[in-house]
Design a protein around this ligand. Structure first.
Ligand SMILES: C[S@@+](CC[C@H](N)C(=O)[O-])C[C@H]1O[C@@H](n2cnc3c(N)ncnc32)[C@H](O)[C@@H]1O
Length: 257
């Protein structure tokens, strides 16, 4: 497995902020309810990059049969304990979404807060795999970071006890950067490719997926520390794309992915 910033960043971010291994927030339950309402039924649901499992457990509480995949073993352990505390069953898989295999397909695939890790080719590879994991008529829900939010807030820095956090934007590569500088330790940066819906349409070509809807997400004011859950597409930090498998994607085509 190729070592990448994502193999170390999220555990450090959690050690500094505790942001991943937390209890379920009402936001997770509301998101799970929105997905269920949209699908009009519960069923098999694969969550990629599931982190501490707060959404996975919320979806399981609504009746979905959830598989929660994450690279970081600590996240998987936490998801197991969160599921047990909420009296639901979640299948936890520790693995890499570029290489993991699942025996069947799913009625939905979700990936919240994390798309855009590598190059455009990496993104296409992942999206092609998502197409292969979807059953006909099934939907993938993926959060996409917007360039405009990150370009606007680049340069914002916040001092915390023990570390400094700095937002940045790589205009050439159209990537947000988020750097954590623990005092006396090496800094770590996450860098995610940002896309507009039009750019994402271009990225989807050849992946076997079609864009069916765009849900604008929220807007975080880093100066005030206030999150507004509903913003317009032109203001939001992320939007969710709804993707469906192209009807023409054959079983043979899926097997090659
Ligand atoms: C920003 S966190 C988001 C966690 C969760 N989705 C949420 O919204 O709270 C991104 C997660 O993706 C996971 N991840 C990153 N690269 C991955 C990969 N190649 N395969 C599986 N999980 C990955 C990280 O370990 C991390 O837990």
């Amino acid at each position: 497995m190729t070592q990448h910033w994502s193999h170390t960043f999220y555990a450090l971010q959690d050690r500094l902020t505790g942001c991943h291994l937390q209890e379920i927030h009402p936001h997770h339950a509301a998101l799970a309810a929105r997905i269920t309402h949209h699908l009009k039924h519960v069923g098999t649901l694969l969550e990629l990059g599931a982190g501490g499992g707060q959404f996975a457990v919320s979806a399981a509480r609504q009746g979905h049969q959830v598989t929660a995949l994450d690279l970081w073993a600590g996240a998987g352990e936490y998801t197991r304990s969160l599921a047990a505390r909420n009296s639901v069953s979640v299948q936890v898989v520790t693995g890499d979404f570029y290489t993991v295999d699942f025996p069947g397909t799913f009625e939905s695939v979700c990936y919240w807060d994390g798309f855009g890790i590598g190059s455009d080719d990496d993104q296409r590879r992942l999206l092609s795999r998502v197409a292969g994991w979807l059953r006909p008529g099934a939907t993938a829900f993926i959060d996409i970071y917007t360039p405009w939010y990150w370009a606007y807030h680049a340069g914002f820095a916040r001092q915390h006890p023990g570390y400094t956090q700095v937002y940045g934007f790589d205009a050439q590569g159209c990537r947000m950067t988020d750097t954590y500088m623990p005092h006396g330790e090496e800094a770590l940066t996450q860098s995610l490719r940002c896309y507009s819906p039009a750019d994402l349409q271009l990225l989807l070509s050849g992946t076997g997926l079609v864009l069916t809807d765009v849900w604008p997400g929220g807007d975080y004011d880093p100066q005030a520390g206030v999150y507004r859950p509903e913003a317009s597409l032109g203001e939001c930090m992320t939007f969710t794309v709804l993707l469906q498998r192209e009807p023409s994607l054959s079983a043979a085509g899926r097997a090659r992915r």
